[in-house]
Design a protein. Structure first.
Length: 576
């Protein structure tokens, strides 16, 4: 079944078109015809082929094909609607396999097992797919539905440019054993590799042949380059020596949250074009060319630790996936997120003004600045996004700002009580510079008056120039999250579930993040009697005696009678 092919895509399409003119195609071939029209034909012919297939296709298959056509036309709304409708109509193994192909190239082992264990029930399958795609959108900090559209685009790209059989070299009736033996013959030199012919991309296994060579078991659909594109999107092509043809070797790079990752690819051997290219543990081509992007490759002999590093880069790309926003330069923004009991989240942002300057010639005269804030809040384990914000903040100044000036803002995003993941992207409006920040388990407390609970401590500075008013109280913020030693750290927090008349012990600790300290660098403790179930506290901490650096601020509150305690923590930076 498609996307496996017996002939090259254009030849197989010609055969199917001829068959369709003289007879009614069975359902599987009718679906394959639509797929091949999308791959190497035209959108109009794909649409016409789908219309001719009519009721021979199951509703789930028909809607999936309609989604593919809509996505290829650039109609994301229609494509998503058809995909969702079809997912809810899955009632047979063929439809389940079709939808499974969308996810198996990037799914983790536990996710593949979950999908396989689901009943052939559209309600269960659709709910699982919703969670799968939403989880990735939240991990990427993108609006719900973004990754689904992107994944179909990547699939089209992988098929068009990285199909495993670009020369039509497949022959009818060659069995799996023949493929495995041919693969081993190409390896030579006594190297061995077990080659597994999978029934779907979820069964692909990884194997390392020797120190610098490794490749994925053959999937018979796309090569290693295409598989990585499905995980990470469009690559950057790195330079090769003039004598090296890109049909033989390539170096590709992907920009990821872990930084730029590079993988070299090459053919297994001369005459092995039908296998496409396989990923290696080292960059390909002349090292003197490769050393233009990595000085470690300039030596006459590659060091073992360099090979291990490139092996690690390859493995990272093969075991992760994403669709994060990418920018040419880092904006250098600072982001803080606080949980507000019963109120949602408070997000505080500091942006260096120089990162928002349009060009160097306007730096001295620029008076207006703008930054885009994109926020996603949700639970990736449950696969749900509970809040999305996409807004632009603007500042107007009366005079030119110095090069080290910061612009600050805050906003609140209402969400229900829970521990939420918050992903924030701050960028200039031209989408050239940006900063991403991810926060796990931001606590939005459900204060009910019966259980001892503590809010997120909000740390600030009275002279920072930014104040948030909450429940009638002006709470100082510190957008840069940094204090000089002569500045007080203001800590504001709420305690709930106290018993009036009972004493509660409070302790602040500041632990250096350098090394492995055995004791806090700063400790202050006090005890107070509660007069109400809920109270608001503000304290000033002096960092005067601390060494400059980053510290973990821990706040502990303990019930003196029951011994129950609650803890929250933040990170703060102390400057000279």
């Amino acid at each position: 079944p498609y996307p496996y092919i017996w002939l090259s895509p254009d030849r197989e399409l010609t055969q199917l078109r001829a068959m369709a003119r003289s007879r009614v195609l069975p359902a599987d071939l009718a679906a394959t015809l639509v797929h091949l029209e999308l791959e190497v034909g035209t959108l109009d012919s794909a649409t016409a082929s789908l219309a001719r297939a009519g009721t021979s296709l199951t509703p789930a298959t028909r809607d999936h094909l309609a989604a593919e056509i809509a996505f290829a036309r650039g109609d994301a709304a229609a494509g998503t609607a058809a995909y969702d409708r079809g997912a809810g109509e899955i009632a047979d193994s063929g439809a389940a396999r079709l939808y499974g192909w969308d996810v198996f190239w990037i799914a983790e082992a536990d996710e593949r097992n979950q999908w396989q264990a689901l009943p052939l029930d559209g309600t269960a399958r659709k709910a699982w797919l919703d969670r799968f795609w939403t989880k990735r959108d939240l991990n990427d900090g993108r609006p719900s539905g973004t990754r689904l559209v992107e994944q179909f685009r990547r699939w089209r790209l992988a098929l068009q440019q990285y199909r495993w059989d670009p020369d039509g070299g497949l022959a009818v009736d060659i069995n799996d054993k023949g493929y495995a033996e041919e693969m081993v013959d190409h390896l030579g030199g006594g190297m061995r590799q077990t080659v597994i012919q999978p029934g779907d991309p979820g069964t692909l296994t990884l194997g390392r042949v020797n120190y610098v060579n490794r490749w994925r078991a053959l999937g018979r659909v796309i090569d290693d380059r295409g598989a990585m594109i499905l995980r990470h999107g469009d690559p950057v092509f790195l330079p090769m020596a003039a004598s090296i043809e890109t049909t033989t070797e390539q170096n590709l790079a992907w920009q990821t949250p872990a930084g730029r990752l590079i993988v070299g690819f090459s053919r297994i051997a001369v005459g092995s074009e039908r296998f496409g290219m396989v990923a290696r543990n080292i960059p390909m081509g002349d090292p003197m060319v490769s050393c233009q992007y990595d000085a470690r490759l300039c030596g006459a002999r590659m060091k073992p630790f360099v090979i291990e590093d490139y092996s690690h880069q390859r493995e990272t790309l093969e075991h992760t996936d994403g669709n994060a926003e990418t920018y040419h330069d880092s904006l250098g923004a600072i982001v803080q997120t606080y949980g507000i009991p019963h109120g949602g989240t408070l997000i505080v942002v500091a942006v260096p003004a120089r990162g928002l300057v349009r060009d160097s010639t306007t730096r001295a005269a620029q008076r207006q600045f703008a930054a885009r804030l994109q926020i996603e809040i949700g639970d990736s384990a449950a696969g749900k996004i509970v809040a999305t914000v996409d807004t632009t903040r603007r500042w107007t100044t009366t005079h030119a700002l110095p090069s080290d000036a910061w612009l600050s803002t805050y906003l609140t995003v209402p969400v229900n009580p829970g521990n939420w993941e918050v992903v924030v992207t701050v960028s200039d409006t031209a989408h050239t510079t940006g900063t991403g920040a991810r926060f796990g388990a931001v606590p939005v407390s459900a204060f009910d008056g019966s259980t001892l609970a503590l809010s997120d401590p909000i740390v600030g500075r009275h002279d920072a120039g930014l104040t948030w008013t909450h429940d009638g109280t002006a709470i100082p913020l510190n957008p840069t999250n940094a204090w000089h030693r002569d500045q007080s750290v203001t800590v504001h927090y709420d305690i709930d579930g106290q018993v009036p008349g009972r004493r509660y012990d409070t302790q602040f600790e500041l632990w250096s993040t350098r090394g492995h300290p055995k004791a806090p660098a700063f400790t202050i403790a006090f005890s107070a009697q509660a007069s109400t179930a809920r109270s608001t506290v503000e304290r000033e901490l002096s960092p005067a005696h601390l060494t400059p650096g980053e510290y973990r601020l821990i706040l502990r509150v303990r019930d003196s009678v029951t011994g129950k305690d609650v803890t929250r923590e933040r990170y703060v930076a102390i400057l000279k």
